[in-house]
Design a protein around this ligand. Structure first.
Ligand SMILES: [Mg+2]
Length: 211
């Protein structure tokens, strides 16, 4: 957890009276992969390669580039048959926190579903994502957003593990993942980012905002 309290204070100051008092809900966009659930693509790649992958060696967001190398084409050839959410588990505390704050916040799940290596298999991935969220999350399907461009969504708060997906938010919350774990606090400050690593951190943050 790394909170830039100044960013949070500024955010609160800019919120409308109605949102501060609870007459209107504060809107939150939440990313799905690596924020609410870890899709099992590391496992899928390990199964394909026949050996374990050490994520500590990987800093790139596109882990498949590093791990699969020239076997990438082969891996993605049957990608429509791979359900990355079969057996995946929603993160600890996620549903509890969403339920706890549902009176004051309106939560939207926003996720990209297109893999650049297998655009043709996006429909299957979309269905797997939808079914997983429907079964495992307390967010209503009405608030599911599937898009390759999250900048079109404007909400008060955005929580994502990619900084580029946090544009058009008044409060940008970076969720810790392997590819951003080494980002220094100075950079977080400079970009006015708040860092959370668990849903417990998010619980703390939401409480700070409404109290
Ligand atoms: Mg993500």
């Amino acid at each position: 957890m790394y909170f830039n309290y100044e960013s949070i204070l500024t955010f609160k100051k800019k919120l409308s009276k109605a949102k501060l008092s609870g007459d209107k809900k504060i809107t939150v966009m939440i990313d799905m992969d690596s924020v609410m659930v870890d899709p099992l693509y590391i496992e899928a790649m390990e199964k394909f390669l026949g050996h374990d992958i050490d994520l500590d060696d990987v800093n790139s967001f596109y882990v498949q580039d590093v791990v699969l190398g020239d076997r990438k084409k082969e891996f993605f050839a049957n990608f429509d048959k791979v359900n990355l959410y079969d057996g995946a588990k929603i993160f600890d505390g996620c549903n509890e926190v969403l339920k706890k704050y549902s009176d004051r916040f309106e939560f939207y799940m926003c996720t990209d579903y297109i893999w650049k290596e297998a655009v043709w298999a996006a429909g299957a991935n979309l269905m797997n994502k939808y079914n997983f969220m429907l079964e495992s999350s307390v967010i209503t399907p009405r608030n599911f957003i599937f898009t390759g461009d999250k900048s079109i969504v404007k909400t008060d708060i955005k929580i994502d593990d990619r900084t580029t997906n946090l544009v058009n938010a008044r409060l940008k919350v970076l969720y810790t993942a392997w590819h951003n774990k080494n980002m220094p606090d100075e950079k977080l400050d400079k970009e006015k980012l708040v860092r959370v690593s668990t849903w417990e951190d998010i619980d703390y943050l939401f409480n700070l905002i409404i109290s």
